[in-house]
Design a protein. Structure first.
Length: 350
């Protein structure tokens, strides 16, 4: 790979401290494609049980070269996280079935043990991303980030800047938003005073209302060229919300202008816009759009929206399927599909 790419990868890995960021840890653990590659290439061992690979505490101690008390410390401090990612305690019949595998590892716990904690592969990785006392865990984190970045690049067909376009809903949302944008710009022409600069001004008001950034700020976060069309990088949910704003504001501008019997001043139009964005209808939609944009961009594009930091969450498994899975396709592939083209033609003809 080019030296510049390798340098970027090194910087990205240095920026991600998995021991500190629960979001970064969970984003890796929710990416089943990365987990599949990790299980294949890391070859950590373990034993087959109950349809998955599991590890006893003794095996994990040996793997990470840590003590029993160290593992117990993390099982207490990160109990909910580790349990959510596959750590469990075997009892009753499950424990009996596990003992029957007896490859020599269970005997360390004695024959009278009534409960036994085991880690599946996902939980072992989770623990490895937490351990600060272990050199093998540090090396595993570095290797794991390599795997994640390689999987992301491979499944996204290269750079992830336009990963939003791999969503099967993207084209429909983009076309619908384009139609509503024409209504919006027509309303600005017909009902608001001013020169052509008003289009950028009121478009930025929409952006700032939804994701607290104007066009220039957004392009800087995503490292886009000045003349790039930022809407080509937006997720379908954000495009849908922008379309709702555009349609609603166009309607309100028309009503206000007709009531006044003249075009609105830009100050009057801006005041109308401020009242419009406070409508309770938009609150859950704005929350959803901010959360998806902040979380997905940090995970897939390594782009941090500083003004949306409080909205960052781990990306759910369904999103990895949506943008990296079997149904996700590049824009070129979608446009070559006759069924997709037929849907787009119907939308355009409306």
């Amino acid at each position: 790979m080019p030296t510049q790419y390798n340098h970027w990868i090194d910087q990205l890995k240095m920026a991600k401290d998995l021991t500190e960021s629960s979001h970064d840890r969970q984003n890796i653990l929710n990416n089943r494609y990365a987990l599949q590659q990790a299980e294949r290439h890391l070859a950590l061992g373990g034993m087959a049980f109950d349809g998955e690979t599991v590890f006893t505490k003794a095996q994990v101690m040996a793997l990470y070269e840590v003590s029993d008390s160290t593992i117990e410390k993390y099982l207490v401090s990160h109990a909910d996280e580790l349990r959510a990612n596959g750590y469990r305690v075997l009892k009753g019949k499950k424990l009996k079935d596990f003992k029957e595998l007896d490859d020599g590892t269970v005997m360390n716990y004695g024959t009278k043990v009534s409960a036994l904690g085991v880690f599946n592969f996902r939980a072992v990785l989770n623990l490895g991303m937490l351990l600060t006392e272990s050199e093998p865990a540090r090396l595993l984190r570095s290797r794991l980030l390599d795997i994640v970045l390689d999987v992301m690049a491979e499944r996204a067909g290269g750079h992830t800047k336009f990963i939003n376009q791999r969503d099967e809903n993207y084209m429909v949302s983009a076309l619908q938003e384009e139609n509503y944008r024409r209504q919006f710009t027509d309303a600005l022409d017909n009902y608001v005073e001013g020169n052509h600069w008003k289009y950028a001004r009121f478009t930025n008001l929409i952006y700032q209302s939804i994701f607290h950034e104007n066009a220039a700020e957004y392009k800087k976060v995503l490292r886009l060229a000045t003349k790039a069309n930022l809407r080509e990088t937006l997720y379908s949910e954000v495009l849908n919300l922008i379309a709702s704003y555009e349609a609603g504001i166009a309607h309100e501008l028309e009503l206000a202008s007709q009531a006044q019997g003249r075009k609105l001043t830009q100050k009057e139009a801006e005041s109308l816009f401020t009242g419009f964005e406070q409508h309770p209808l938009f609150k859950p939609l704005i929350l959803d759009a901010r959360t998806k944009m902040a979380s997905r961009d940090l995970c897939f594009r390594d782009a941090l929206h500083e003004k949306l930091k409080t909205y960052i969450q781990s990306v759910p498994e369904a999103d990895f399927e949506r943008f990296l899975g079997e149904k996700s396709r590049s824009l070129e592939e979608q446009l070559s599909d006759p069924e997709t083209l037929a849907v787009l033609k119907r939308l355009k003809d409306r």
